[in-house]
Design a protein around this ligand. Structure first.
Ligand code: ADP
Length: 176
């Protein structure tokens, strides 16, 4: 049974969830476009206890907050547990996800259908800007790890933090 949608006053609020380890220009494109469609956008960083990222959740939140500072209707938070529970707690009825390629589609469709069934939370898929259709955080990390130039793919502050984390004097083994 599909539950009735979450309605929260008149504010149209969307959640853009993800790992954001680290934020890329592809993420920013989706966040920026979503901010023009909704009154409020919550960028929600998933806390995954089972998988340590290259950056801690706090570091990811910091970077996201800096790069989205120009959007007055975007806020950045972390969450644990079920995305639909987080959406309900925030009064958000819509999740917006970027779709890069057909490879994203299978799993995204399953999650979207599960989330609608669980709690009436709808998922809207936004077609990626073709400039970023190949771009993922993992690819950026792989390229940066070997000294490749990722400055066209991530905001400047992420270029600096990646270099410090992966090749700085205090860094250990390059992370996941
Ligand atoms: P990844 O680690 O694959 O970059 P995330 O879990 O951080 O992914 O992604 C969060 C959301 O951002 C997902 O909806 C994902 O589809 C979307 N996304 C990630 N990269 C891009 C991109 N280059 N273009 C459009 N959407 C993207």
């Amino acid at each position: 049974m599909v539950r009735s949608p979450i309605v929260s006053g008149t504010t149209r609020r969307a959640v853009c969830p993800g790992s954001f380890d680290p934020v890329t220009n592809g993420h920013l494109d989706i966040i920026g476009r979503t901010s023009r469609l909704y009154d409020e956008v919550i960028v929600a960083v998933l806390v995954n206890q089972a998988k340590a990222g290259l950056f801690s959740v706090d570091e990811r939140l910091d970077m996201l907050r800096e790069v989205t500072a120009g959007y007055p209707n975007v806020r950045v938070e972390s969450f644990q547990g079920l995305l639909v529970d987080y959406c309900k707690a925030q009064g958000a009825s819509v999740v917006v996800k970027g779709l890069r390629a057909i490879s994203d589609f299978d799993y995204e469709l399953q999650m979207a259908q599960m989330n609608t069934g669980l709690a009436g939370v709808e998922t809207l898929f936004m077609a990626t800007n073709p400039l970023y259709s190949f771009l993922s955080s993992s690819l950026v990390k792989d390229v940066a790890k070997w000294g490749g130039d990722v400055s066209a793919h991530v905001p400047d502050l992420v270029v600096v933090r990646l270099a410090a984390r992966l090749r700085g004097p205090a860094s250990g083994e390059p992370g996941a």
